[in-house]
Design a binder for this molecule. Structure first.
Ligand code: ZN
Length: 157
């Protein structure tokens, strides 16, 4: 999926987590999850974060293929335990939620996601071509859901 769709979906997931679970500092949690939802594409130097964080994405892309290890569940899990260990469980939780929202989002695309790479070759794939008009349609639906849940959380509806 495109960068903006990932951010919109990460934002939606963060709203749902804040709504249905008791998360401390929701006003910090929501933007953190949203920002971190773009992170897996660090394995691609031409992606939005890949270009900004080229000093990371270029070495990463030499050793890992796009949508390989960095699109599996292992980086957020390793990151979660490291952040937990170093006394930052809040950031660890935001990382897991944001990162996994990205992986879920990529599941609907034709390239799909292999959650257990490199230990399995099983990919979950969907019908959507990244950047296709159907993705734009999906983006609009996600944004409408975002508006609904913002109003819902603010108890306006
Ligand atoms: Zn991706």
């Amino acid at each position: 999926m495109m960068f903006k769709t990932h951010l919109a979906f990460g934002f939606l997931i963060s709203l749902l987590v804040v709504k249905f679970f008791s998360v401390p500092y929701p006003l910090l949690f929501i933007p953190l999850v949203t920002i971190l939802s773009g992170l897996p594409d660090i394995d691609h130097p031409k992606s939005k974060y890949g270009r900004k964080l080229f000093f990371l994405s270029i070495p990463i892309s030499l050793f890992f293929k796009h949508r390989g290890f960095f699109h599996s569940i292992f980086p957020p899990l390793i990151g979660f335990f490291l952040l937990q260990y170093f006394g930052m469980p809040f950031l660890g939780l935001a990382l897991v939620v944001g990162y996994c929202s990205h992986l879920l989002g990529d599941c609907v695309t034709k390239e799909g996601i292999n959650f257990l790479h490199p230990f399995s070759t099983f990919r979950i794939q969907g019908p959507i071509t990244t950047g296709h008009v159907i993705e734009s349609f999906l983006f609009v639906i996600i944004m409408l859901a975002n508006a609904y849940f913002i109003l819902n959380i603010l108890n306006i509806l």
